[in-house]
Write a protein that binds this ligand. Structure first.
Ligand code: UT7
Length: 332
């Protein structure tokens, strides 16, 4: 019997309609379009304006888009993994609600949190479950309502993040397609540089924490940038070496969309040509767990069966890594 690998068989995505442009941000904080564009590559981001809706809304929309595009029967899904840093509530798991809402009535579901690497780690988890032969259809959704944890008076963070979600379905493959290798890392040194101080067990939310704005994201951008450039490039280079891939073997680089300069540095180290580097950061900004699956959703039409995709991400924690995956179907 041939070895079971875990292949992506359908993708979907969703971003809310409201566009927050650099021009509008200029009226909110001391910044300008030229600075944001040259330092990050971002032109605009999408915001889920409806205060009554959380990340589940984005995740449900992305999953429904996948179900429609891939002609998937949700009742056949075994497991729903929601990669997110902004669950609807600390308890209960958002994935459970999402699974029920999309009709995945026979699935078990849970959330996975590893900041901007959540979806990458989710891919690894899904693949491991598929490879055991125990489960046949695993839906991994990555999404964040970042606007719910961003301080729109802090120019160091509010220019970067946006809201959005994407989804990928993993199924067994016996042709050797799907996930080939992974190199995942983490280092607790990152805890001080990218965090939300309050609202957890260490510092529960209180009147004081809210007054001190400690329920918002804090980022020491310069330090995170340095670690991200080195980290993402290192793991991407490593995964190529380990699998004897030269730059011409790599068809697509699917990199976390945090900063165009970090993506460029990773591509340069890999020697991968610009036309193989998928970018949508200019439209969405950094959607945290949403960036990788949104790239899959936006660029699905370009992928061919057998294409070599390298995924790379870096995020708070720190968490980072790279995954090598062979695409399993021709664009529909
Ligand atoms: O996705 C999770 C992982 N996160 C990341 O990978 C993000 C990594 N970090 C970054 O992408 C970048 O560090 C930022 C985009 C956040 C910042 O870019 P930078 O080139 O590192 O800028 P900086 O923080 O070094 O600031 C340079 C200058 C400073 O002014 P002075 O001290 O040189 O006079 C800042 O005060 O730019 C100023 N500045 C701004 N100016 C206009 C900082 N933020 C802004 C702003 N608009 N929004």
């Amino acid at each position: 019997m041939s070895k079971i690998t875990a292949a992506i068989t359908a993708v979907g995505g969703y971003v809310p309609d409201f566009v927050l442009s650099n021009k509008v941000l200029e009226t909110m904080v001391d910044t300008n379009d030229e600075w944001i564009t040259s330092r990050t590559g971002i032109k605009e981001r999408r915001i889920l304006k409806d205060a009554t809706k959380g990340t589940s809304y984005l995740a449900i929309k992305a999953a429904q888009n996948l179900i429609e595009r891939g002609n998937v029967n949700p009742a056949e899904i075994d497991m729903v993994l929601l990669a997110t840093t902004t669950p609807d509530m600390p308890v209960a798991a958002t994935a459970v609600y999402v699974a029920t809402q999309i009709g995945a009535v026979n699935a078990f579901a849970y959330d996975l949190q590893a900041a901007c690497s959540s979806f990458l780690y989710g891919m690894s988890t899904a693949a491991a479950h598929i490879q055991t032969g125990r489960y046949k259809k695993i839906l991994v959704i990555g999404g964040d309502k970042m606007s719910s944890i961003i301080d729109y008076t802090d120019r160091a963070t509010c220019i970067i993040f946006g809201d959005g979600a994407g989804a990928a379905l993993f199924e067994p493959n016996e042709e050797g397609l799907g996930l080939q290798d992974e190199f995942l890392r983490s280092d607790g040194i990152g805890r001080e540089y990218l965090k939300i101080d309050a609202g957890g067990s260490l510092l529960p939310a209180s009147k004081e924490t809210v007054e001190n704005r400690q329920h918002y994201v804090f980022q020491d951008g310069k330090t995170v940038f340095k670690y991200a450039v080195t980290g993402m490039a290192d793991v991407s280079e490593k995964i190529m070496e380990r699998n004897n891939l030269s730059e011409s073997d790599v068809d697509w680089l699917i990199a976390h969309q945090a900063n165009k300069r970090i993506i460029d540095a990773t591509a340069n180290r890999m020697g991968v040509a610009e036309n193989k580097v998928l970018i949508n950061i200019e439209n969405y900004g950094n959607t945290t767990s949403g960036t990788l699956p949104l790239l899959l959703s936006d660029f699905e039409h370009k992928f061919k069966k057998g294409d070599n995709l390298i995924f790379a991400a870096f995020g708070g924690g720190f968490t980072w890594g790279a995954i090598y995956l062979k695409w399993a179907y021709d664009a529909k």
